[in-house]
Design a binder for this molecule. Structure first.
Ligand code: KG4
Ligand code: ZN
Length: 337
């Protein structure tokens, strides 16, 4: 096999059009992320049809820009990786169609990547020495997983969300509080301005036997709190509500993660996904880790939320494992890990 494997990676599963050039899986030569957030903000959330159209408008230009930034041309590529799911069907189709065209015209392998596996990979990019096995908490807008990462392509799922994903819950609570989309960063900002102990929202642990999450009860409790106060004309302190909500999410995520580490006997926790950008969560995990003999890793913020570099990293390990896709590859909006 060649010494250096150069992969072009494409991510269009939601509201970021991103293209990366990755060298040997972990080295970023380009990682361009074009966010559509401003176009969706006015609607209070991502509008799937608008997302597809915006991906379509920008994808070719972003591919060119990534190649330029990496100072390479199409002929230097060894493979093309693309998110095949989960995500918005029309949005994913744009990236997959572009990747198929590149694969066919250059005669290079097509690698259909699971977006959630990609999120885990963000930490391989950030920490070049990191290798499986470890315990991983993956918390994004659409999914929450607590898993054992056995190697680069196999996992044991110990916990997943039974209803709303963590990020989804941040977004819905933020909308109720009139904070706009996406909710995570807004609530995180207020966490440090408000009092996280002001209101005792429920911590839904379900029961001690499971590592599954349930956030919809918490979400409903916050929404009820806000509506009841508004109906009675009682003032609410938005920063306190946001901070108390975030504290409840943090407590559940930290508790379950460390309980699983303990049960399985691991001393390394790797956190990723959009919610891993949360400063309150990062602080709480670090504090808990310092009390035990545990190492907790988070990627830099830019690699927490959606980006193509992480897709290229997973694509590299799929390539090494001979897990190529063919041109008949479909898209999988509901793909799980
Ligand atoms: O991983 P991601 O970029 O996209 C999906 O694959 O879903 O995650 C997006 C989610 C959104 O729900 C957003 O509100 C949340 O990540 N998020 C945050 C923060 N930044 C983004 N949640 C909490 N705190 C943050 N700082
Ligand atoms: Zn994501």
């Amino acid at each position: 096999m060649k010494e250096n494997i150069t992969i072009l990676a494409i991510e269009t599963s939601c509201d970021e059009t991103s293209v990366a050039v990755m060298e040997n899986g972990r080295e970023i030569r380009a990682n361009i992320i074009s966010s559509q957030i401003e176009d969706h903000q006015v609607f209070g959330g991502v509008v799937p049809e608008i997302a597809s159209r915006l991906h379509l408008e920008s994808i070719n230009g972003i591919i060119d820009a990534a190649l330029r930034e990496a100072k390479i041309s199409f002929s230097d590529l060894d493979a093309v990786a693309v998110t095949k799911g989960p995500g918005l069907v029309g949005a994913i189709l744009v990236g997959v169609s572009a990747a198929k065209a590149i694969s066919l015209s250059l005669g290079i392998p097509l690698l259909g990547v699971n977006h959630m596996q990609g999120h885990i990979c963000a930490n391989y990019i950030a920490y070049p020495e990191l290798e499986p096995p470890f315990v991983s908490l993956v918390v994004s807008g659409g999914h929450s997983y607590l898993i054992e990462v056995l190697d680069y392509t196999s996992y044991i799922i110990h916990g997943r969300t039974r209803d709303d994903a963590a990020g989804e819950c941040f977004d819905k609570v933020a909308r109720t509080l009139g904070l706009g989309y996406p909710g995570g960063p807004q609530i995180d900002r207020l966490y440090f301005a408000g009092n996280p102990q002001a209101i005792e929202f429920p911590r839904v642990i379900i029961d001690k036997q499971t590592y599954d999450f349930s956030f919809s009860g918490l979400k409903t409790a916050v929404i009820n709190y806000v509506h009841q106060h508004r109906q009675k004309g009682q003032p609410i302190v938005i920063a306190d509500v946001a901070a108390s909500f975030q504290q409840a999410v943090i407590d559940v995520l930290v508790d379950k993660s460390f309980r699983l580490l303990d049960t399985l006997g691991y001393d390394k926790l790797v956190v990723s996904g959009g919610v891993a950008a949360n400063r309150g969560l990062r602080d709480a995990m670090a504090t808990r880790a310092s009390k035990t003999n545990t190492q907790v890793l988070f990627p830099p913020i830019v690699l927490c939320t959606d980006n193509a570099a992480m897709i290229g990293c997973q694509g590299y390990y799929d390539y090494l494992g001979g897990r190529e896709s063919d041109l008949a590859m479909r898209v999988y909006p509901n793909l799980s890990l």
